[in-house]
Design a protein around this ligand. Structure first.
Ligand SMILES: *Cc1c(COP(=O)(O)O)cnc(C)c1O
Length: 360
């Protein structure tokens, strides 16, 4: 029973096979190969326009390199206070941008509201020499709370950002999970809503290690290749990145993988909602489930070998836990590789623990 993360599983069989197939023969190095070209043209197809896209091996590199293009060293990057770029990238965004300031915006369920964005922008007026200059809004889709922005919400936030002359970046480590959960196209959830640059994840949804930085305005990407090389993310045998991304986007494979992961999460969340004492913290709309579970249920599950992480509330969400609560705050993540048997076993143990009155 592994619900630790969607990167605790391996790669999809199709993507692995594509990497093995790309092993045959010689090819040009550093991304100047047919697999990478195919991946780039598939990205253009799914986004329904000419993009400038670049493959890297980690989401951190994608985010940090994208932001480095969009902000000067004296710029401000606005993001949710619990954003991956803020909390989980060891200062890579600050390092790659040569010191830009990340400004965290609080918001319930991992989301930035238009009001909160306006207030944050007002605190960093353009032209005030004592302050970093507003440069980028970065939105995570899906968010770090497993919630989603609708396309209309993205458009509203992007319009506020653009009106202030700042660019919009999207951290789409779980872009596919977010997309299949909503009734819209990849174009509508990105550039049509005002996203300028997207970190397009594949690793958590079935690749070995591959993410794309997608520029919807190719002129903005002119110097990207130098930044990527300087940052150590120009893979010598770049064909293996190209092979992963091309296979990921082949015949809707990426959407099928994400739909599977989301369906597993929906089934697990629905089952857990029936267990006495378990509370869903945020609605489960993609492939992450955040729960308050009685201490005993947590103990039984871990005792049975279930693997998942404890989570922490941000300031705004802390009120969700009741004072004196013995509940443990946990996160469960499903993936394309989740087995129905893992879900059944988890639900059976949680249900049994919740209804047993004796201490284990
Ligand atoms: C996992 C993740 C990333 C990328 O992480 P890497 O470990 O660097 O690949 C970026 N953003 C979010 C929201 C993530 O969950």
């Amino acid at each position: 029973m592994d619900f630790a993360s969607d990167n605790s599983v391996g790669a999809s069989a199709e993507i692995l096979a594509a990497v093995a197939a790309a092993n045959a023969g010689a090819a040009h190095a550093y991304g100047d190969d047919d697999w990478t070209a195919k991946a780039q043209s598939r990205l253009d197809e799914i986004f329904e326009r000419k993009t400038a896209s670049f493959l890297v091996a980690t989401g951190t590199a994608a985010n940090a390199l994208a932001l480095a293009v969009l902000t000067p060293p004296y710029g401000a990057v606005f993001c949710h206070s619990s954003a991956h770029i803020m909390e989980d990238e060891c200062g890579a965004p600050e390092f790659f941008t040569a010191g830009a300031k990340l400004v965290g915006i609080d918001g319930a369920a991992g989301k930035i509201t238009p009001e909160a964005l306006k207030a944050a922008l007002a605190a960093f007026p353009r032209g005030l020499v004592t302050h970093v200059q507003p440069a980028v809004l970065s939105l995570s889709q899906a968010t770090e709370c497993g919630t989603l922005y609708t396309c209309a919400e993205i458009a509203e936030l992007a319009a506020i950002a653009h009106a202030m002359g700042i660019a919009v970046h999207m951290d789409g480590a779980r872009f596919a999970n977010a997309l299949v959960a909503q009734n819209c196209t990849a174009a509508e959830m990105s550039w049509k809503a005002g996203v300028d640059v997207l970190s397009f994840g594949a690793t958590k949804n079935g690749a070995l290690a591959c993410e794309a930085v997608v520029f919807f305005n190719p002129q903005q990407a002119e110097n990207f290749v130098y930044r990527r090389k300087r940052g150590g993310h120009t893979l010598s045998k770049g064909r293996f990145l190209g092979a992963q991304m091309a296979a990921y986007l082949e015949a809707g494979h990426w959407l099928a993988l994400a739909a599977g992961a989301n369906a597993h999460a929906a089934r697990l969340a629905a089952g857990l909602a029936q267990v006495p004492g378990i509370r869903l913290v945020w609605p489960c709309v993609a492939n992450e489930i955040f729960l308050l579970v009685p201490e005993k249920v947590d103990r039984f599950l871990r005792g049975a070998g279930a693997h998942y992480y404890d989570w922490t509330f941000t300031a705004v969400d802390r009120a969700l836990a009741k004072p004196g609560d013995d509940a443990i705050f946990i996160r469960l993540v499903t993936s394309f590789a989740t087995e129905p048997a893992e879900i059944a076993q988890f639900l059976a143990i949680a249900g049994a623990a919740a209804t047993t009155s004796t201490k284990a």
